[in-house]
Design a protein around this ligand. Structure first.
Ligand SMILES: Nc1nc2c(ncn2[C@@H]2O[C@H](COP(=O)(O)OP(=O)(O)OP(=O)(O)O)[C@@H](O)[C@H]2O)c(=O)[nH]1
Ligand SMILES: [Mg+2]
Length: 425
């Protein structure tokens, strides 16, 4: 059973009911009835008002419901009172999302991250739960047995949180050492609302087999694939998707997994063009990117699932693709390549004489926009992602009279070359 309450000052989101049903489905349940209410503010004791509570209780009995899910977050004492009143389990939005993360976690890192988020959410709420229980048992101000148990529980939770934090730090450190963010490649992260097709897109771009499914939060770990091209290549990363009101505790626990987004050179904001709430989802993704500290990373809007969108309802702007059919992928890759080129340090190098080893080095490490041989000399317009300093360093091994190096602004390169010209993404 789903309960959605719209409080004053909140704009009811048109897709919220469907999204809640989808969350319940992914958590292994099914919404059999929905109760909604508009209230100025939540009831401090039971969140919904008395009349609505009666309605809720009657529906629970009539439909044989096993859990009631609220689309808001509840105070622990509200959960206890609601459970007493309706006679079944009551979950709030954060607990529901965390239970999905717990179900979908496959690697030991994501399992530990979810456990940490759940404990961080539960810890400050233990007092409320015990306060409620001790009030049921003893008089006001009495230090009942609940309070002693509360201290024990809090101590245990804090100790476990410390163990989890240490273990996660160790795992993240090891991963960072193995796959250190490389500055000589262009790092692109696919990010966006959950279920928009990010993993499917990674697979079609890189020919990989990342897990994709018609489920919310199918991906909880970061996957990285390299697409080789001259001058360092491009690394694409796929990671955990976002949702409206993503719990703070999950953001904190998944901080290191989300580093691929924070540290990316370019974000592909993958939206589901076929979703009726695609614009609201994109807004929510933008807000979440700010929350995780990736608000300043350059981005391209990509609209996926165009194979099931009629031309008259296609989004305006952005790159339109279908990860399933491959339509639009060449345009997407061209736009990424253009972004990459715009970040290179461009230079014109003139060599008197020909040096095979140096030329090989240039071909391996730089994007060669043009390469001309004239008599004994060679002249090239090239760009390097690792910076012109590295090119100078390499040239330091050569006779200084045999070369001249001159920086060239990207604007000059993009104006003079067809391949370097950016298309509007
Ligand atoms: N019709 C259509 N379906 C697609 C397309 N791309 C992905 N899908 C489907 O959308 C569903 C979600 O795909 P995923 O790639 O798992 O989505 P995701 O964004 O990685 O999802 P999370 O990891 O849960 O955040 C799957 O059922 C895919 O088959 C597409 O271009 N067209
Ligand atoms: Mg995925």
């Amino acid at each position: 059973m789903a309960v959605s309450v719209t409080l004053s000052g909140e704009t009811p989101s048109p897709g919220a009911a469907d999204e809640l049903a989808s969350l319940v489905r992914t958590a292994g349940g099914r919404v059999v009835a929905t109760v909604s209410q508009n209230r100025a503010f939540p009831d401090s004791s039971t969140f919904v008002g008395k009349g609505k509570l009666e309605e809720l209780k009657a529906s629970v009995e009539a439909c044989g419901v096993t859990s009631v899910v609220f689309d808001h977050n509840l105070a622990p004492a509200q959960v206890s009172r609601l459970e007493e009143a309706v006679g079944c389990k009551v979950l709030d939005r954060t607990e529901l999302i965390m239970s999905i993360f717990a179900r979908q976690a496959r690697t030991s890192e994501s399992k530990l991250q979810v456990e940490l988020a759940q404990l961080r959410y539960a810890l400050p709420r233990l007092s409320g739960m015990w306060h409620h229980l001790s009030r049921l048992g003893g008089g006001i101000g009495t230090r009942g047995p609940g309070e002693t148990q509360l201290e024990v529980d809090k101590r245990k939770a804090r100790a476990r949180i410390r163990v989890l934090e240490k273990e996660l730090e160790r795992i993240a450190g090891r991963r960072d050492r193995l796959s250190r963010r490389r500055s000589d490649v262009f790092n692109v992260a696919l990010t966006g609302y959950t279920n928009t097709g990010k993993s499917t897109l990674l697979n079609s771009i890189c020919g990989s087999e990342a897990y994709s499914a018609d489920k919310l939060f199918a991906t909880l770990d970061s996957t990285t694939r390299r697409l080789d091209s001259p001058g360092g290549g491009t690394v694409f990363s796929d990671t955990v998707g976002f949702i409206d009101r993503l719990p703070e505790e999950l953001i904190a626990s998944f901080y290191s997994t989300l580093s691929v987004v924070r540290e990316a050179d370019l974000l592909l904001l993958v939206g589901d063009a076929s979703h009726p709430c695609r614009d609201l989802q994109t807004e929510s993704v933008r807000a979440t990117l700010e929350r995780i500290g990736a608000g300043g990373v350059p981005r391209l809007q990509v609209w996926n699932k165009m194979d099931i969108v009629s031309p008259d309802s296609a989004p305006v702007g952005g790159i339109l693709v279908s990860a399933l059919t491959g339509a639009g992928l060449p345009d997407l890759l061209a736009a990424v390549e253009c972004e990459r080129r715009s970040r290179l340090d461009w230079f014109r190098l003139t060599l008197s004489g020909s040096d095979g080893r140096l030329e090989n080095w240039l071909h391996e490490n730089c994007v060669m926009e043009s390469f001309e041989r004239a008599g004994e000399g060679t002249r090239t317009l090239a760009g390097a992602l690792m910076g012109i300093g590295s090119v100078r360093e390499r040239l330091a091994d050569e006779d200084p009279s045999s070369w001249t190096l001159e920086p060239v602004p990207w604007a000059d390169v993009s104006c003079s070359s067809e391949s370097g010209r950016c298309r509007n993404g």
